[in-house]
Design a protein around this ligand. Structure first.
Ligand code: 26Q
Length: 626
């Protein structure tokens, strides 16, 4: 199984690696012997932040779980030089700092100088007929090389190790030899640099797709190399017998970002392997599955036909061909309903023709899934309803999950130990979280409750020190820690949260001093998250939070009854400190807009009460925990 994703938000690796191979205690002791603390060593590692948020972190959690379940699954993606930007707050505003995470070297990756493929762009198509099948030579292309970098992915308590294979773009040596010969030395160098540029930087948008040529280049670049790699591996075992391909290779599309790979596989099967269209199509269709992560129309990818035509001319032909057969099927099933055909077409007509990548992904896949029960129902009833009617059963639900290794055991060793002591051993729950049900009996056990409180308090102390270090703000320990950390978005309603804080502040101010203590539980409201650099409304929400923080925190009349903190540079590592210290967490998206949410699960696992709308996976969490 291959998980194709433009994002893998791995965070730090060392503790996860040591825990999974059961070496953490040995390392702890060995380092202690030479006067070091393992925890201090962990702090030296930089995050591998090759993702924006939920979708990228989901990919990382899946890698850990797939390895732990001993499934033969690899991740394929891009080795960006620059991960998601670092966020600083200057005068209350977000400032973005480039994240050149490879500065000090990356000890986890293995450079594979032997695994390298050419990837073509631009050029033109020469068509010809071969026994009635139209095929093409794609000629006069620009070629870039894709080089593999591997990161091992050990499972918890397993003997197998999976792999995350990320591609880096390199110039092709033969590439543009002509300019050298013609004496255009600088021209040739600059073309080489533009090749390296493809994998330089992760796009920091996580909602409205940018539609930029470089982004499409990134998508095709990694898809092409990954498909080549998979075919090479298959041929080593099966030669030219393609009959087992789909049985041996399953590709999961993490959203539509790698959707062009469906057409790349089709192209290779037609133009290089010389199959008939029917044979090639069967293989593509039986190989792919697609995960959708949003119902928001503005977040659905659409690529301009003109751009694809120029960058990937043969792929544009083949998209039209797939669309032709698809529309034939529609016309048969719904005769005289031209409106429906144009609604469902893979091509959106208009001033600028566009390819609807979600529709392309649905048509090319055998299975489509949403990421929480409610979200999957919405897919079937709203944005993909006509596809659900056409292909009954194709759209399914697979509710997201998170790895309990990182999000409970590693980030909250105190709670992990308490749970293990209470239900027998760590191995009972750490690979099968249903075992946490055994804790129900301890909920009224005073000794357990006392221990639980102790653990929470220690985690709050750790967060308090982090807040002091990163914001300079002193927060009290004996307050309710109320937390909302996630990318800043209007639909996630950080604005609603901060307006409530203003209301609470004013209500406290309106209450006579002597009544306050009994009317208000002292609370520290913490909000954190990055805004996409071009998302104006998200950026001014950050400014507002900081402005409210300044007013409330400096009001001596309010004292410790209310503190407001903007947590800067929210990322995987800070999440591992923030989440275990939480007592109340906010998941208040407008119902129907948050596909799943995954931090909701992490907060719950760390003994936090969540407050939220009946949206995404909140619905299932509520059913599970009451
Ligand atoms: C697309 C085109 C061009 C540039 C950027 C993008 C892009 C990048 C990232 C579009 C979307 C994303 C990320 C989306 C995301 O994180 N979605 C979240 O996925 C989680 C995992 O399924 C869910 O839990 C969240 O509800 C969902 O918002």
């Amino acid at each position: 199984m291959y998980y194709f994703s433009l994002e893998f938000l791995m965070g730090r690796m060392m503790q996860n690696m040591l825990v999974n191979i059961d070496m953490e205690d040995h390392y702890k002791k060995a380092l202690m012997d030479i006067g070091y603390k393992l925890e201090d060593l962990y702090e030296e590692e930089v995050d591998a932040a090759l993702g924006n948020g939920g979708l990228g972190r989901l990919a990382a959690c899946f890698l850990d779980s797939l390895a732990t379940l001993e499934l033969p699954a690899w991740g394929y993606g891009i080795r960006y030089d620059y991960g998601i930007f670092k966020q600083m707050i200057k005068e209350g505003k977000q400032v973005e700092i480039p994240d050149f995470w490879l500065k000090g070297g990356n000890p986890w990756e293995i450079e594979r100088s032997d695994v390298i493929y050419p990837v073509n762009f631009y050029g033109r198509v020469e068509k010809y007929y071969d026994n009635g099948t139209e095929r093409a030579n794609w000629v006069d292309c620009q070629t870039v090389m894709a080089q593999a970098y591997d990161t091992p992915v050990p499972g918890y308590n397993t003997y197998n190790t999976n792999n995350l294979r990320l591609w880096r773009s390199r110039p092709c040596n033969e590439f543009n030899f002509d300019s050298f010969n013609q004496g255009d030395y600088f021209g040739a160098i600059s073309e080489r640099q533009s090749a390296e540029y493809i994998t330089s930087v992760l796009y920091p948008n996580d909602s409205s797709p940018s539609g930029k040529e470089l982004r499409l280049k990134q998508q095709y670049f990694f898809c092409s190399a990954s498909i080549r790699d998979i075919i090479r591996r298959y041929k080593k075992n099966h030669g030219n017998d393609w009959s087992q391909f789909a049985a041996k290779n399953q590709i999961q599309l993490n959203d539509t970002h790698p959707a062009i790979s469906t057409i790349e596989l089709l192209r290779i099967l037609l133009d290089e392997e010389r199959m008939t269209y029917a044979q090639a199509w069967q293989i593509v269709h039986n190989t792919y599955a697609y995960t959708n992560h949003t119902v928001l129309p503005e977040a659905l990818e659409k690529w301009s036909v003109a751009l694809i035509q120029r960058l990937l001319p043969r792929h544009m032909d083949l998209i039209y061909l797939v669309n032709h057969f698809f529309i034939e099927k529609l016309k048969q099933k719904y005769p005289n309903d031209g409106e429906k055909v144009s609604r469902m077409s893979l091509i959106e007509e208009g001033d600028e023709k566009k390819v609807r990548m979600a529709y392309l992904s649905i048509v090319c896949s055998h299975t489509v899934n949403g990421v929480a029960a409610l979200h999957s129902e919405l897919l079937k009833e709203t944005i993909f309803s006509e596809f659900n009617a056409l292909y009954p059963g194709k759209i399914q639900n697979k509710t997201n999950g998170v790895t309990p290794r990182r999000w409970l055991h590693c980030c909250n060793p105190g709670l992990s130990e308490l749970i293990s002591e209470s239900i027998g051993s760590v191995d009972e729950w750490i690979t099968d979280l249903d075992n946490l049900q055994q804790l129900a009996g301890h909920a009224t056990n005073p000794a357990f409750v006392e221990q639980f409180r102790k653990v929470k308090r220690a985690n709050k102390e750790r967060l308090r020190a982090w807040v002091k270090e990163h914001t300079g703000i002193d927060i009290p320990l004996d307050s309710l820690y109320d937390i909302q950390v996630k990318r800043i978005h209007e639909y996630k309603r950080q604005l609603l949260n901060i307006l409530y804080v203003v209301y609470r502040y004013l209500t406290i101010k309106d209450t006579p001093r002597h009544e306050r203590a009994q009317k208000f539980v002292p609370r520290v409201v913490m909000i954190g998250g990055k805004a996409a650099p071009g998302y104006y409304n998200a950026k001014i929400i950050i400014e507002l939070i900081n402005a409210v923080s300044r007013v409330v925190n400096s009001d001596a009349d309010i004292g410790d009854l209310l503190k407001v903190v903007f947590l800067p540079n929210y990322n995987v590592s800070s999440a591992q400190i923030i989440i275990p210290a939480s007592e109340l967490s906010q998941h208040i998206s407008t119902a129907g807009t948050e596909a799943s949410g995954t931090s909701n699960m992490k907060f719950v696992m760390n003994g936090c009460l969540i407050i939220g709308t009946m949206d995404g996976a909140n619905v299932e969490i509520a059913e599970e925990i009451g």
